[in-house]
Design a protein around this ligand. Sequence first.
Ligand SMILES: *[C@@H]1O[C@H](CO)[C@@H](O)[C@H](O)[C@H]1NC(C)=O
Ligand SMILES: *[C@@H]1O[C@H](CO)[C@@H](O)[C@H](O)[C@H]1NC(C)=O
Length: 367
Amino acid sequence: MIALLLLSALLADPVSADFFQFNSLSNVSTYYFNYIYCHVWEGDCQPNQEDASQQVPTGGVWSWFSQDYTGMMTAWYCSLGQCCDSGDCRITNNLTALERDLQMKLHGQHLAQSVVLKAVQGFINNPESNKPLTLSFHGWSGTGKNYVARMVADNLYRDGVKSECVRLFIAPFHFPHTRLVDMYKGQLREAIRDMVLRCPQTLFIFDEAEKLHPGLIDAIKPYMDHYDNVDGVSYRRAIFLFLSNIGGAAINEVALDFWHSGQNREDIGMEDLEHRLRSESMDAEGGFAQSELMSGHLIDFFVPFLPLEYRHVKLCARDAYAARGVEPDEATLDEVAKAMLYVPKEEKLFSAQGCKSIPQRINFFLP
Ligand SMILES: *[C@@H]1O[C@H](CO)[C@@H](O)[C@H](O)[C@H]1NC(C)=O
Ligand SMILES: *[C@@H]1O[C@H](CO)[C@@H](O)[C@H](O)[C@H]1NC(C)=O
């Protein structure tokens, strides 16, 4: 704080005028970090830092600075946990890592891989977009919906799902009682608004969204729409992910049809699924499906998760072993994969549990 006062005293007039318009610490810190980074430490100025540097006149002001003050300033800045060249350290937006994770760690989901990457990439590279990003993940349990949501959180935020900028809502856990829906509405709105005020880019994940009361969805719907702001708060830099099993049956049917007709699973296209998913989502029972969210076209992308086959389960098992530092042989992987239940009865093609609880299951097979 002392450093801050010193700093403002030292600054030339045009700067301090600008300076005091920034009345929140985090605004000040982002602003000054960019400035210091570019001018004092002579770091590489990223394009996104140019804005900040252009607003500050490049006079001799900073040459008055002794090393000590710069040190104090840095300490103060970093004590806020904001010491990063992207401006806000909580946000990492590492799209390269997201792409790599989707390709390497997610098995059997070529559609989710490309749709999620494209959607997130588009959103991040286009800060002027006029609407938050809303994605709806569909599929059976164990197919990777949660896993992908976690990947998004991990690669966009330094602290992943634990980040101050990420919030996970599990419908039956956070909003269990229908009779309390009015109270939940208020809480949910408050929670979202609060986070959007605290973070320049937020992520909200709704797990088991099929169990969300329609009233709750409709309560937060304005935040997902094309409004510039709601009560003076802008929600345009928010990402909403809805995870549900709605449409799971339709997805499985398509996958099974492809298999029966001898076609490659990788040839299943969005055009084969999106329409069915959309219509099934709207027909399905329950809140999320019946909410205006679906009918109002507020979902930007429907992301189908295909049912997983034996070979995918083996890949999941291999990953789970690798995470424990074990390199299993094929026979071990087969053993793990064989222990899962496969459906439908005749074809025995898809793992009923997907890759769910594979990390726990391998305990039984560990040497
Ligand atoms: C932070 O800065 C933005 C513009 O850069 C401004 O709209 C917002 O009101 C500021 N926040 C606070 C709390 O001052
Ligand atoms: C993104 O993540 C990769 C892999 O974790 C890492 O090597 C790279 O440095 C990161 N990029 C940025 C800009 O942080």
